[in-house]
Design a protein around this ligand. Sequence first.
Ligand code: BTN
Length: 273
Amino acid sequence: MQSFSAPANMGPPGTGFQSGRLWVFPELDSTNAWVLAHLEDLQPGDVIRAIHQTHGRGRMNRVWIAPPGRALTLSLLLAPSRFPVAPQLIGQIAALGVARCLEQWAIPAQVKWPNDVLVAGRKIAGLLLETGSAPDRLVLGIGLNVNLRAEDLPPAQLRRPATSLQLETGREFNLEAVLLSLIESLEHSARDCASPDDLRRFWEAKDALRQHWIRIETGTETIEGRYTGIRTDGQLAVEIADHTQREFWSGDVERVDFTAPPAPHPDRPASRE
Ligand code: BTN
């Protein structure tokens, strides 16, 4: 049987990021999978955290690996109708919330479409949004690399460099304190982004792709072009070789305007995917 700590109520109601109960499990396969399997027992705002997530899911059918007790792996159940923007924009609001949280810990962060969070070009957090059978319910999964060390991350030459709060600052963080500031920052971001235009403005200020050439892989095609920003409906816009504009709802993006990946830091790792 799974055990969990008593749910703790986390704050005043808002869009729902901060109003639910916190459930902490010592071990789950995937917090997103658990929430999707228990939608009827949960209410919007509830946060499910696993100290050890054994089979974390990532975007594009990848896995998300997190060493026990050193990362935050959690899922929030949301009611999209409580947000002032369309459901497909909630992931971007959440990415901005994670970036805001990092800044509160004095770590400057950027966001990368669709909803990655980077520090100095390296991924520090990933978000996965999933829906189940229940109407007006959205599961937001967040993996945040908090106290990961160099040896917790795969070798430097791989394609997607990664980092953690500890690697960026050289100090260890209290996971519970980071979690509380994360939830608060998510709610703050939801209040900031009261319209698609507000969201785009906040996104542009932290956009890691701004003014870059990019490659987007959708699973069916690979396109290169000049990044021209995100649209108010959340799509990524690219100008391709013949100056035509293409827009994408989903995919994997990387910058292609440098010839080499960021140099490996002696104490810092590279990729975890
Ligand atoms: C990505 O590929 O960037 C998204 C990673 C999302 C990982 C988180 S960890 C908590 C939640 N539960 C999961 O199984 N995945 C998400």
